[in-house]
Write a new protein. Structure first.
Length: 114
C-alpha cells in the first residue's frame, strides 16, 4: 500500500514544507493561516515511488530521464502520474530505475529549460 503524504510550497514565503514533518498543531495553524490569506500553499502529493537514488518522487518534481528533463504531473483523465517532457507526456514513472529527481518546479523552474 502506498504511503499518503504531501509537501506544500508556500507561494508567499517561497518555502517548502514537508507535511509529515509538521506536528498536527503546526499543520492546523498553517492551514488556518492559509485560509485567512496569510499563506498560499500549493500541495504536492508523494507518488509512492522512489527514483534511482532512493529519493521520494512528488508531483511538481523535475526529473531527468533518458537525458531529458521533465515535470511529474497527475494525469486527471487517467488515474496515474506522468512525466511531461516539453509538450509530450510519457508514463516514465513505471520504470523508476531510469529516473532521477533533480529539483522541483518552484525552487528550480530553470531546470525545465535545460
Amino acid at each position: 500500500m502506498r504511503q499518503i503524504k504531501f509537501r506544500a510550497w508556500d507561494l508567499d514565503e517561497n518555502k517548502m514544507f514537508l507535511v509529515d514533518k509538521l506536528s498536527e498543531a503546526e499543520w492546523v495553524l498553517y492551514l488556518s493561516d492559509a485560509i485567512k490569506g496569510k499563506g498560499r500553499p500549493v500541495f504536492m502529493q508523494f507518488t509512492g515511488l522512489l527514483d534511482k537514488n532512493g529519493k521520494e518522487i512528488y508531483e511538481g518534481d523535475i526529473v531527468k530521464a533518458d537525458g531529458k528533463n521533465g515535470l511529474v504531473e497527475w494525469n486527471i483523465s487517467e488515474p496515474f502520474y506522468w512525466v511531461r517532457f516539453g509538450g509530450n507526456k510519457f508514463n516514465y514513472l513505471w520504470n523508476v530505475l531510469h529516473i532521477e529527481v533533480i529539483g522541483n518546479i518552484y525552487e528550480n523552474p530553470e531546470l525545465l529549460h535545460a
